[in-house]
Structures are given as structure tokens and as C-alpha cells.
Design a protein around this ligand. Structure first.
Ligand SMILES: [Zn+2]
Length: 419
């Protein structure tokens, strides 16, 4: 049955469903108020939510009764890498990334997209790809050729030579016949930062992602060192904002984060070693934190070289401490998972990790700049609706067992369909 639904979704090239649906369930989660409504009813027509609540179904509508379940707005993951995927074998994966044709990686990316949307994540911000796989995937999903979430894409993330976003780091000099440059996401001056932002937008970027600090998985850097200067980050954010793109900074360190925040960055990704000063700056400026707590799942299963293992151990140990402190200081937090560091489709694990750190799992919306279209079940919003069994306010882990997915009014998954 599931396979049938997937096949149908694949062959549906229409951007929106013209049918009218009435979705019913025992409960409906109102993401604006954080309250549960009973019973839950949503009327969807032409891909848009027509009404929420009430008792009367419009004549001619298709009724879908999901029983003891909760209707929620489609989930949003603000930090994915759909063109990459998890492997516990670090060195083997590094080799494979150089061996696989781009076409093979693109086809595999379609499977990652399908797993993600079937898990209820109807929108993702995909923050870093290579060979424009993210752009092609986004366009193919939008055209209805493959099922997947609505994607905001970054093209290549922008960082410095030898930094976290330099794909040639760890390989011998000369192997690729040239040094990486702005067109590969490697920048070393404010001028190159502006050029790289313009280049990425020219070729399809919805959002600009930068690597302000070192990273856990990169082979030649320390995890928390700043990797771009204040002037480089200033130029990068200014150019992106001038061209109406939001910006996200991969940043584990406190100093790297302060530079990015001063530059006007819209979100700090990971934020592992943020100090109080950085968190206060974020609070005052409304900068989002995207903690990516689910990374620990993949990191725990992986075999790393000693340098990477040491960075992973240090980072994971700090995550919960940092999130609890950020909550106490009132930093705005959005849900993002770094899918590809752990297996695609397990994104909902993040809800439970966030709740364990003392958070309510309601937000991750305004960061995407789409708050007028998605993130709530309200008349006029795009019809992105998911259902989970039971009540997620009583057991957040039910978000890991999605039974129904509708995106843009098209049903991609209905495990309770009777036929
Ligand atoms: Zn990432």
C-alpha cells in the first residue's frame, strides 16, 4: 500500500490537488497557541487550507478519518543535507564521495528526499550541497517528478581555505589539479565573499550558508576556531541581505558566532560552545539558534580518525548544557537536525531531544521566512498536514511514527487508508 502511494505521488505532475478533502482526527495541534483542539478537522481545497474546526464537511469532499490521531502542521527541518547521506564508515565515505558519479549522487538524493517527506517533514532548509544537486532536487520536487519536501537550498556553503566547507581539505595538494575557490564555496576576502554570494544566487540559492567556524567532521581543523574574518562575514551577510536572502552560519565556537551575529546573520547552526555573551547578543538581536541535537545519533555509531573522534566527543558532551543555557537566556530556537550526519527520515528524533532539554516542540518557523504560508493549520495556509498516532503532548515520541502526510494538498502517505 505504501509503495502504491509513493508511485502515485511520483506520477502526479500537478503542482496542487484540485480535490477537496476533509481531514478528521481525534485531536488537532494549534501551533500558534500550543493548545490541542478536539476533535480535529481541516478542510483542504486546491492545495490550500480552507477552514479548521467546525463540524460540517462541504458537499462532494473526500472524507479522510484518521481516528485516534493528532493533526499537525507539516514538520519543518531547518538544517538538512539531502544530497549527502549517513555512513558509519568515515574514511570509506570520503573515498566514495570521490568515486560516485554526480548522477548517482543525485538519484540517491531523491531517495533521501522521499524518506524525509514520508517522515512528516514537508519543508526543509537544505544548508549545503555540491554539484548543484540541491537545486536540481528542489526543482524536480517542485515540478512533481519526485516526492520530497519543499526545499530552500543553499548551493555550496561558503567558508575559508582549509576550513569546514573546503571539500578539498584532507586531500594532497594538486590532486584536483587546482585549488578550491569561490565557485566551490571557498572564499578568502570580503570581495570573494560577495562574489560567492552572487554566484550561488545566480545558480539557484534560496539561502546563503557560511562556515564561520571549524567543524566536527572536517579533517584538518579545530572545531571551535573562527574561520572567517569579521570583514568577510560582514560582506557576505550584507550581500545576501541586499539580494533578499537569509543567512545561516555553521558555527560551533563563541568567537566565530559573535562575528557572525555582529555581521547580522539570521541563524547560528550548532552553536555548541556558545558563551553567555554570544547568547545575549543572539537574544537581543533575535538571532535563531539551530542546535542539531540529533547529530549525536550518527556520531555515536561512526568510526572516526582520532582527531575527528576527539572533536565529536567534545561537541556532543556540550550540546545539552548549551541548549539549556540558551533556553534560560531566552534565545530563539528552531528545529534543525543536520540530517546526513545521521540517517535521513529519522528527523523527528530532534523533537524528543529538544523536549529532554526543556523545550516545547512548537517553533522553527519564522527563521524560514515562510511563516505566512506554512507552520500552522489555519485558513489560507498551504495544505501541509501530518498526523501522528495518539497525543504528542503526552508522548513526544509519537512524532517518530507519522501515519499521514499531505503536502500542498497532495496525499503522500496514509497508513490508515481502508481499501
Ligand atoms: Zn550541516
Amino acid at each position: 500500500m505504501k509503495i502504491l502511494v509513493v508511485l502515485l505521488a511520483c506520477s502526479t505532475a500537478l503542482p496542487a490537488q484540485t480535490n477537496t478533502y476533509v481531514l478528521k482526527a481525534a485531536r488537532l495541534f494549534d501551533s500558534t497557541s500550543g493548545q490541542m483542539a478536539t476533535p480535529g478537522m481541516v478542510v483542504v481545497s486546491n492545495g490550500v487550507i480552507q477552514s479548521v474546526g467546525g463540524q460540517n464537511a462541504p458537499a462532494g469532499a473526500t472524507l479522510i478519518d484518521l481516528g485516534d490521531a493528532t493533526l499537525l502542521p507539516g514538520f519543518i527541518d531547518a538544517h538538512t543535507h539531502l544530497s549527502d547521506e549517513f555512513s558509519p564508515d568515515y574514511s570509506g565515505k570520503t573515498l566514495l564521495s570521490q568515486q560516485r558519479p554526480i548522477s548517482e549522487r543525485a538519484i540517491r538524493a531523491t531517495a533521501n528526499a522521499r524518506k524525509t517527506v514520508m517522515a512528516g517533514f514537508t519543508t526543509v532548509r537544505d544548508v549545503g550541497s555540491a554539484d548543484f544537486i540541491d537545486v536540481g532536487l528542489r526543482n524536480s520536487i517542485n515540478a512533481g517528478y519526485v516526492p520530497g519536501p519543499r526545499m530552500l537550498v543553499a548551493v555550496h556553503a561558503l567558508g575559508s581555505t582549509g576550513g569546514h566547507c573546503d571539500d578539498s581539505a584532507g586531500f594532497r595538494f594538486g590532486l584536483f589539479n587546482r585549488e578550491t575557490g569561490p565557485e566551490d564555496g571557498v572564499i578568502n576576502s570580503p570581495e570573494q565573499a560577495r562574489y560567492a554570494v552572487r554566484f550561488n544566487i545566480k545558480y539557484g540559492a534560496d539561502v546563503i550558508k557560511t562556515c564561520a567556524s571549524g567543524g566536527v567532521l572536517s579533517p584538518t581543523d579545530e572545531v571551535d576556531v573562527p574561520q572567517l574574518s569579521q570583514a568577510e562575514l560582514d560582506a557576505l551577510v550584507d550581500e545576501a541581505h541586499t539580494l533578499h536572502r537569509k543567512t545561516a552560519a555553521h558555527s560551533h565556537g563563541a568567537e566565530s558566532s559573535k562575528r557572525a551575529i555582529r555581521a547580522g546573520i539570521d541563524s547560528i547552526e550548532h552553536g555548541t560552545f556558545l558563551d553567555d555573551e554570544a547568547m545575549r547578543m543572539m537574544h537581543d538581536r533575535g538571532t535563531f539558534l539551530v542546535p542539531t541535537l540529533t547529530t549525536r545519533v550518527g556520531l555515536a555509531e561512526s568510526k572516526f580518525p582520532p582527531l575527528v573522534q576527539d572533536k565529536a566527543t567534545r561537541a556532543v558532551k556540550q550540546q545539552d548544557v548549551m541548549v539549556k543555557r540558551a533556553l534560560a537566556l531566552g534565545v530563539k530556537i528552531a528545529l534543525g537536525t543536520d540530517a546526513a550526519v545521521y540517517p535521513h527520515g529519522d528527523n523527528a528524533l530532534e523533537f524528543a531531544f529538544m523536549v529532554a532539554d526543556g523545550m516545547t516542540p512548537a517553533q522553527s518557523l519564522t527563521l524560514l521566512g515562510l511563516q505566512d504560508k506554512i507552520g500552522a493549520l489555519k485558513a489560507g495556509m498551504l495544505a501541509d498536514v501530518v498526523a501522528v498516532p495518539g497525543n504528542p503532548l503526552e508522548n513526544i515520541k509519537v512524532t517518530q511514527s507519522v501515519i499521514f502526510v499531505m503536502k500542498d494538498g497532495i496525499i503522500l502517505r496514509n497508513d490508515r487508508a481502508t481499501r
